[in-house]
Design a protein around this ligand. Sequence first.
Ligand SMILES: [Zn+2]
Length: 282
Amino acid sequence: MDLADCGSPERLLEVLFRYYSDLPRRVPIETIAADVGILEFRTLEADGFIGGLVADPEKNSGIILVKDGLPEKRRRYTQGHELGHFLIPSHGYQRQCRKQDLEENSRTTAYQRQEAEANRFSAGLLMPKPMFVKDMDVLGTADASHIRRLSDLYNVSMEAVANRYVELASDSCAVIFSRDGTVRYGRASRSFPPLALRKGSPLPERSLTRRYAQVGSTSSWAEHHGGMWVEVQPGVRAPTVLEQAVCQANGFKVTLLYIDDEEEEERGEADDLSARWSARLR
Ligand SMILES: [Zn+2]
């Protein structure tokens, strides 16, 4: 396996998957890490950091550090992230990563770009695209219970799974991560309109997520005027947005938003038709 020339996470994963052609859903991350030069996994004892990497300057071998007490699903994602730093040549040989680094997807600064690359590597390794997309297809139209199910199947945190879910969804859907009623961040699938909520925004007053408090369970769907969640251009009809909430521990919540594209198209056509008729009847 020649990983030294692979600059991008996607190229690296391509080479890795050629070598490990028959991986189970619960990708054996520690075995793979050991195969490529990780000597040991240790507990990280540095306040404010979730994961770390210590390697020799040539990155022939290294040690991955993970914060003590992290649940297994989050630990695996963190290990994948640090393995990304280890294998991507431009990332340097020593690293300490905070919680927000493990959520990074922006390319604004070189630092952010590297963190985002480590995240793409971890998500791509632990939730291999062809297998994950196939599972999503079998599960059907977007639903928060699918995210929960996939999190168990792949043994990866709900948050990492939700991100991968909207990244690969063919439906128009989005996820919003919040804590104590404040938005942490949101991600949307390609066909979903731009989200109106930013980091630090309060969750909409009338949202279901705000009220929903059953820890460990998934709500049914609530229907809203799209203006509650997405940016609506003047003169353009706002879509109907369906909302589902998942309540996790310690005030953390996940919101799944969904737009039924077929229904929206029908509504659009009905609007056109009634506009034409009312023009004639005037
Ligand atoms: Zn990092």
